[in-house]
Ligand binder design. Structure first.
Ligand code: FE2
Length: 319
């Protein structure tokens, strides 16, 4: 009789890096008591990205896992495909279940390599999921059904945006105090224009919500840098500054946010892995993938609550 989904079964193995931990003793295909859920929320707050291995979750079980942490929400990218006339179930990016995104390069006969579109094999740039919506998801759950071994690429990397903020010079902290960022919704995380969107030519063409450059995490009370996404000009910008100043300040912030010392990479994906990350205090990126190998992952987003601005309120972090 295996001991699973109990407090005593939980084992946390930190990555040894700036964030990330493997958690053992949990199977989301089985009921998770509230007390265990509450403990996972604490572990998540401590480590920001959690890896669970050896799971086999149906889409409904993936959605009920999201329910444990606040519910699920549909990816905004789905809307862009629907607006372009794609019907649910017709395209792997528009699954029949609204809150599920299927990432697959396998056709109906199980043959790999069908994802010939450029964006499927390019690297994905650093980003926080769906930062380009008004209420971004608090977290994301990514479950590997079939993944190639590490020599074929596809490592998913994360970085710690609490530390990114803490490590800023006093001068940079002062420079961003009270400032915001408009999050570009034109391009996907490979930098490719979304269906129905036109290439922006000037700042006024950029659409997307305005979020504070620093947000407060509702669980930890700590400040995190919140850059979201940024492509070649014109893209996400700081509305309080002119174009040149905005690009110059963002360049400094992105250099700080993507420093190697803040990073952990999950580079040995295995079938059955589930990664759960916090979009409020981390960013992630993916290295290129060789699409001659079958790669199928299912994702859902954990329902967000409004972004809490750091401006006008002290951080609760006593550090
Ligand atoms: Fe993402």
């Amino acid at each position: 009789m295996s001991d699973i989904n109990t407090l005593s079964a939980i084992e946390v193995i930190p990555s040894g890096k700036a964030l990330g931990a493997e958690v053992r003793g949990i199977d989301f295909a089985q009921p998770v008591p509230d007390v265990v859920r509450d403990e996972l929320v604490k572990i998540w707050a401590d480590h920001l990205v959690l890896l669970f291995r050896g799971l086999k979750l149906s889409d409904d079980q993936l959605l009920s896992t999201a329910e444990l942490f606040g519910g699920s929400q549909a990816a905004k990218s789905r809307d862009f495909f629907l607006q372009a006339g794609v019907k649910p179930g017709e395209n792997d990016r528009v699954a029949k279940k609204p809150a599920i995104t299927i990432i697959s390069n396998v056709d109906g006969q199980g043959k790999a390599g069908v994802a010939s579109e450029a964006d499927r094999s390019l690297s994905l740039k650093w980003h926080s999921d769906n930062s380009y919506v008004e209420v971004p998801p608090t977290g994301s759950l990514l479950h590997a059904h079939t993944v190639p071994s590490k020599e074929y690429g596809g490592a998913t990397s994360f970085n710690n945006q609490y530390l990114a903020y803490e490590n800023l010079s006093d001068e940079l902290k002062a420079a961003i105090e009270g400032k915001n960022c408009v999050h570009d919704d034109h391009r996907n995380t490979s930098g490719i224009l979304r269906p129905t969107k036109k290439k922006p030519e000037k700042r006024e063409d950029i659409t997307g919500p305005t979020h504070p450059l620093v947000r407060i995490h509702p669980v930890t009370g700590k400040r995190a840098l919140y850059l979201g996404r940024h492509y070649e000009w014109p893209s996400s910008y700081i509305p309080e500054l002119d174009d040149k100043e905005s690009e110059a300040l963002l360049a400094k912030l992105w250099a700080a946010a993507s420093d190697d010392s803040l990073m952990w990479s999950h580079d040995d994906w295995q079938d059955g892995d589930l990664l759960m990350w916090d979009n409020r205090c981390t960013m992630h990126a993916r290295s290129p993938v060789d699409h001659s190998q079958a790669r199928v992952l299912h994702r859902t987003l954990i329902k967000g609550d409004p972004v809490i601005s750091a401006w006008g309120q002290p951080s609760a972090a006593a550090e």
